[in-house]
Design a protein. Structure first.
Lengths: 97, 472, 383
């Protein structure tokens, strides 16, 4: 986590990204938690399998789609992160083939 | 629920309009996607955090006014409400929203009048490598910073064009990120030297000077008339290639250099959100909702204010919102707005619009940007459509407009519905950027769409008494 | 910019039907110019789902045309390759109640007699065909001949492969005639094209073009909305629809009718189409129309409840009062040929229509009796 993010108030809590624990803070979005942990991509595209993360940061571009608690296609830049969240890299459509 | 007025968007325009209308006795439902009022401009951290952010005087006034009207039952602030469609009904309007953040539960708000204060989103023109993780919009970088003190990287380049780049660069630098360069394709110095509009807006000159001083303090290198020609990296950004532009907007050969960075914050201006207006049948001209002096659209009962009616910044949005609120209150009561109350705001609006137009001219993307996009550059990020496919659709398959290009290539058919690629695809295809109809302003679950919406509970009855107007 | 061009045939309308007319006419050795006021596929073709169906057609002239067209589509698909997203996926028509199933079985029996392949599917066999279908349906019929194509891609690739001259962005303002009444080509806002034959493939606007040639053809619009979902892995395998669809297609009612056809696409999204209502060229969005589509689709496929609709769009089907297209030479204006008014079946019927028109243009004998499609048939009624 970068030093500045540690200045964000509120008690830190733990969530997992692809099974690995990362630290988050109340009021953050999923995208903020991932960025703070140094993770910049959490989706692969459905045709070319390329990595993607956040682009617009305000819910318009849908590039930051991610699976949170088995719910696919959540916009990481909008969804608040909550204690215990299970965040997983989303492949393709996010729906089981 | 039912209200006299549904205001869509709680940014500067929506807030100013809500306060002006509520002060005149209008019952307002303020419907907003955010968890807190403020929109993108006054983006607020969640209250649980209790962070003492620096807050300007205008914001404090808006916030206090909002709290007062909420306490008095004149404004209902509906947070986390993502509006996907506004429907005309026999008497008034039905505002259809999904409750956030999951956006699966429907809500409907009915109102006699609607104000669209839907704001804008950032435009990004593609370049090779712009899909790499680590490339974010300038506004996106700002949102992460404001919303969580999260800095997107240790070494950033801020690039593109437009006045938003300055606060983003200074914000990142102040947060401890090394800003390796600010790459601006226009020459804003020319604007500052020559523009009469700037002289008419001394506040703006002071603001710009402040950013300049901060850039100096943080030793941010400013490259004007430069552009990012490529973002580099395998699976994430490791650097950008920048080059100088000639007077025609073409890359000057031999000027290319590489700047290592792990974040590129890039933006080329803002695009108004016009989907709701378009579906209601409002006139949309040149990408913005058309309004008259009272901020009325050409659909009776529908007003619009702020960036949706043309990008011009928060001060203009406040002035427009204020005028709209006054007009709505008067028109709902069957009267014409009192000209005395609105004179100052109308003058302010005119001056700010002149300023915005001058800015727009100074920061217009330089000719030649579309030719620079190589055939193998992905332009539609959602459907992974490359520039070459767009060119083939036009030159070999007979596409002549944005819609046919979309049908032939899938560019603009994905999750974002062309919001991110529309400008670029039109530029590459050489066709006008026509309005794309998006009846759903947001994706909506079929199960929600299938059900006739039930009306939520009615708010408190009774019409509150008119109040002194705070922003008059 | 004005220019003078000379050719054998001017085809007006670069939608699917115009593209097929141009293709088969060029194949027959004719020099063809294809002209459109917009881009390729800018009208109804660009809003179509690409249904190549026999399942919804009762025995009669339209079904004969559909069978001819499907055979030609299979040939074209070979020639054009994967770019047009042709899929011989088959259609499944389901009935929710025993009475509906009995009616559907009768309908299918009649179709079988007319040469359609229609396989009865018992209730317990439906999920083998479509695993995500709702439970409790009475049964259905599988139509292996039903196919799908991406209409805009098909029209554009067919035009390109045909090698005809394509002039887009040109509006035909007049179809000039000789003193004896024969057509002489078309006048456009950007020049004149001389030809001894003009094909009206203007779709929903075919009535307007006929008028510019001085004849009456009562083509009217029937509005339809289509819903498009988020991309999914291939979950819906066939074209699936409820038995009431057939009744809606044949209906004369002006009111909104929605019996959705649900299908997956090569691109990923599921398409849900299409409503039918007669409201002229009204382009305003109708939430009730798409709500009814969503309701019908989620009844057939409950898993769609949580799938998101990303967009909805509308188009105008060209229909004639008896729901049959106008195909053939117009005796009121020698040299004028009509190929329009296919209602919601224009993509499917385009190939047969194109071949029949090309046969007429080159002086041959068409494969089908064109009497039911005579363009002047409505004159007689009017008298």
């Amino acid at each position: 986590m970068n030093p500045l993010s540690r200045m964000w108030p509120g008690p830190a809590f733990t969530v997992t990204f692809d099974g690995r624990p990362i630290e988050a803070r109340p009021g953050w979005t999923v995208a903020a938690a991932l960025w703070a942990a140094g993770i910049v991509s959490w989706r692969t595209t459905r045709f070319e399998g390329r990595p993607r993360g956040v682009l617009c940061g305000i819910g318009v571009c849908f590039d930051c789609l991610v699976t949170v608690n088995d719910r696919p296609n959540q916009r990481a830049c909008l969804v608040p992160v909550r204690p215990g969240d299970v965040i997983r890299t989303q492949e393709g459509t996010g729906h089981a083939g | 629920m039912r209200a006299d007025l549904a205001v869509i968007g709680a940014g500067p325009a929506g807030l100013a309009a809500s306060l002006a209308a509520a002060a005149r006795g209008v019952r307002v439902a303020l419907v907003d996607a955010g968890p807190e009022a403020g929109g993108q401009f006054y983006r607020q951290p969640a209250p649980a955090l209790g962070s003492a952010r620096h807050q300007g005087r205008t914001w404090r006034r808006l916030r206090e006014g909002l709290d007062r009207h909420i306490a008095a039952g004149r404004i209902h602030h509906l947070k986390d409400h993502h509006v996907w469609c506004v429907e005309r009904e026999s008497a008034g309007f039905a505002v259809h929203a999904l409750l956030g953040p999951e956006q699966e539960e429907p809500v409907v708000v009915r109102a006699a009048a609607v104000l669209l204060a839907t704001g804008a989103h950032e435009k990004v023109l593609p370049f090779p490598g712009w899909t790499l993780p680590g490339v974010v919009t300038a506004g996106g970088a700002q949102a992460l910073l404001k919303g969580g003190l999260v800095v997107p990287g240790r070494r950033a380049v801020v690039a593109g064009t437009g006045p938003l780049l300055l606060p983003v660069a200074t914000g990142l630098a102040a947060a401890g990120t090394t800003v390796a360069a600010l790459v601006e394709s226009a020459d804003p110095g020319r604007f500052a030297r020559g523009a009469r509009a700037l002289a008419a807006e001394p506040g703006k000159a002071v603001e710009a000077a402040g950013y300049g001083a901060r850039l100096l303090r943080h030793r941010v290198r400013v490259l004007v008339r430069h552009t990012v020609v490529a973002a580099e990296g395998a699976d994430r950004l490791t650097g950008v290639a920048v080059a100088a532009l000639d007077a025609d907007g073409r890359v000057r050969p031999g000027t290319e250099r590489r700047i290592p960075c792990d974040c590129l914050a890039v933006g080329h201006g803002l695009l108004p959100h016009t989907d709701l207006a378009e579906t209601l049948g409002c006139r949309v001209d040149g990408g913005r909702v058309g309004v008259d002096d009272e901020q009325r659209t050409d659909v009776p009962g529908v007003w619009a204010a702020g960036e949706a009616t043309g990008v011009g910044g928060a001060a203009l949005a406040l002035a427009e919102g204020h005028l709209a609120g006054g007009s709505i209150a008067a028109r709902l009561a069957g009267a014409a707005p009192d000209p005395r109350g609105g004179e100052h705001a109308a003058e302010r609006r005119a001056a700010l619009r002149r300023f915005a137009a001058a800015l727009d001219r100074a920061y217009a993307p330089r000719a030649g940007w579309a030719e620079r996009i190589t055939d193998d550059t992905v332009v539609c990020r959602c459907e992974e459509v490359r520039a070459g496919a767009v060119r083939e659709a036009v030159h070999e398959l007979g596409a002549g407009d944005l819609r046919t290009v979309k049908l032939l290539t899938r560019a603009g058919m994905g999750w974002c519905q062309g919001r991110m690629c529309g400008t670029a695809v039109a530029g590459i295809a050489g066709c006008p950027e026509t309005v794309t109809r998006r009846p759903f302003a947001r994706p909506v679950p079929l199960g929600v769409l299938a059900r006739e919406p039930e009306e939520g509970r009615r708010p408190e009855q009774g019409r509150p008494q008119p109040q002194q107007d705070e922003l008059g | 910019m004005t220019e003078r061009l000379t050719c054998d045939v001017v085809v007006v309308g670069a939608g699917m039907v115009g593209a097929a007319c141009a293709w088969y006419a060029a194949r027959a050795g004719l020099d063809v110019v294809l002209v459109d006021r917009g881009p390729v596929a800018g009208g109804t073709t660009g809003t179509g789902e690409g249904n190549l169906l026999v399942s919804d057609k009762a025995p009669g002239p339209e079904l004969e045309l559909a069978l001819l067209s499907l055979a030609l589509w299979a040939e074209l698909a070979e020639e054009l390759g994967p770019a047009v997203e042709y899929e011989a996926k088959g259609g499944v028509v389901v009935a929710s109640a025993p009475e509906g199933l009995a009616a559907l079985s009768d309908f299918a029996a009649g179709q079988r007699a007319a040469g359609v392949s229609a396989v009865e599917v018992a209730a317990d066999g439906l999920h083998e065909l479509e695993p995500r279908l709702a439970q409790g349906l009475a049964g259905g019929v599988l139509y292996p001949q039903d196919c799908q194509v991406m209409p805009t891609l098909a029209a554009a690739h067919l035009v390109r492969a045909s090698g005809v001259r394509l002039l887009t962005g040109r509006t035909v303002t007049k179809v000039p005639r000789t003193p004896r009444g024969a057509v002489r080509g078309v006048r456009t806002d950007r020049g004149t094209i001389h030809a001894g034959a003009v094909v009206n493939a203007a779709g929903t606007w075919g009535g307007e073009l006929a008028e510019r040639a001085g004849v009456r053809l009562p083509v009217l619009p029937r509005r339809g909305f289509v819903l498009v979902t988020e991309p999914l892995p291939r979950t819906v395998r066939h074209k699936v629809y409820a038995a009431d669809y057939v009744a809606d297609v044949a209906s004369d009612s002006a009111a909104l009718q929605t019996s959705p056809v649900v299908e997956g696409t090569a691109g990923g999204p599921v398409l849900i189409g299409a409503s039918r209502e007669r409201v002229g060229f009204d382009r305003s969005f109708s939430l009730p129309a798409v709500r009814a589509l969503a309701a019908g689709a989620t009844r057939l496929f409950p898993f769609l409840e949580r799938v998101r609709a990303m967009r909805a769009y509308l188009g105008f089907r060209p229909y004639l009062p008896d729901h049959l297209p106008a195909i053939g030479a117009d005796p009121r204006a020698p040299g004028l040929f009509h190929a329009c008014g296919h209602e919601g079946a224009g993509i499917g019927l385009a190939t047969g229509t194109g071949q029949l028109i090309a046969r007429l243009l080159s002086g041959g004998v068409p494969e089908l009796d064109l009497a039911p499609f005579r363009p002047e048939r409505f004159e007689e009624e009017a008298r």
